[in-house]
Design a protein around this ligand. Structure first.
Ligand code: MG
Length: 264
């Protein structure tokens, strides 16, 4: 009996000590991996983590990541359908691995639905200049069928700036105009975080970041709702949804190639 008293005391002390340590531990703000304690680390190893291990991603000859879903590589419209009536895509499939909008055939969209994504696509305006303003090579990427990143030939072609190339249409003016000369290929790299809803109510808005030819043009912009041609944007509850490419209906002749997506 005498011997058990010190043992019990030690156990009580250890339990108390452990509880106190747990209470002292706080997560470092903005870092989910390293647990900060109130005591300042004295060794470099104390702030090093080894898990999780990021998955290895390699690039193929076209620069497509190994974990990407290829939506268009020039060979077919297999991943796409008409937004008008869900029939086969009527756009032109070109010999150079691109596709071109067929006037008044309507938007096209992916057969798959997407939530948060990293999207890469390349686009070009026709070399021949046909019209001005919003009617010069207007197309666009409608993420989740609702949130448009504008495509337009803005070279020597001013228009309202929240509707110019790289804009989140009628919501966000791009930070720069980074187009290459008319008729050459542009690249968009888009990081999109899908909105979240609780029932019909928005619980978290969507955010979008856009690089135009490697230049940051939208920096984690908080999307205000479904884009509107006339009216203020508003959110409507939805789940995962297709990506759409726009036929503006005025012989835009915009071409696309090398489209891939990584789900986030
Ligand atoms: Mg457009």
């Amino acid at each position: 009996m005498r011997k058990s008293i010190p043992v019990l005391a030690v156990l009580v002390f250890l339990q108390f000590s452990c509880q106190e340590k747990v209470q002292d531990e706080t997560k470092a703000e903005g870092n989910n991996d390293v647990v900060q304690t109130k005591e300042e680390p004295t060794k470099p190893e104390e702030t090093e983590v080894y898990e999780p291990v990021p998955p290895k991603v390699t690039l193929n000859a076209s620069g497509v990541p190994s974990d990407a879903i290829v939506l268009f590589d020039g060979s077919s419209f297999d991943e796409w359908t008409s937004s008008v009536d869900s029939t086969a895509v009527q756009w032109y499939l070109n010999d150079d691995g691109s596709m071109t909008v067929k006037d008044k055939s309507g938007n096209i969209q992916t057969k798959r639905n997407f939530g948060s994504i990293q999207l890469h696509l390349e686009w070009k305006s026709p070399k021949e200049i046909l019209r001005d303003g919003q009617n010069r090579a207007n197309s666009g990427v409608f993420i989740q069928q609702r949130y448009e990143v504008q495509i337009l030939d803005n070279n020597d072609n001013p228009t309202y700036t929240n509707g110019q190339v790289g804009a989140v249409y009628k919501q966000s003016v791009p930070l720069a105009m980074a187009s290459v000369p008319t008729g050459e290929w542009n690249a968009y790299d888009i990081i999109f975080h899908a909105p979240e809803f609780e029932g019909e109510a928005l619980s978290k808005p969507a955010f979008v970041t856009v690089l135009h030819n490697g230049v940051l043009v939208q920096d984690h912009f908080e999307i205000e709702g479904t884009i509107k041609f006339i009216g203020w944007p508003k959110y409507e509850a939805h789940g995962k949804a297709p990506l759409q490419l726009q036929d503006h209906g005025d012989n835009s002749r915009v071409s696309y190639r090398n489209i891939w997506v990584r789900e986030l």
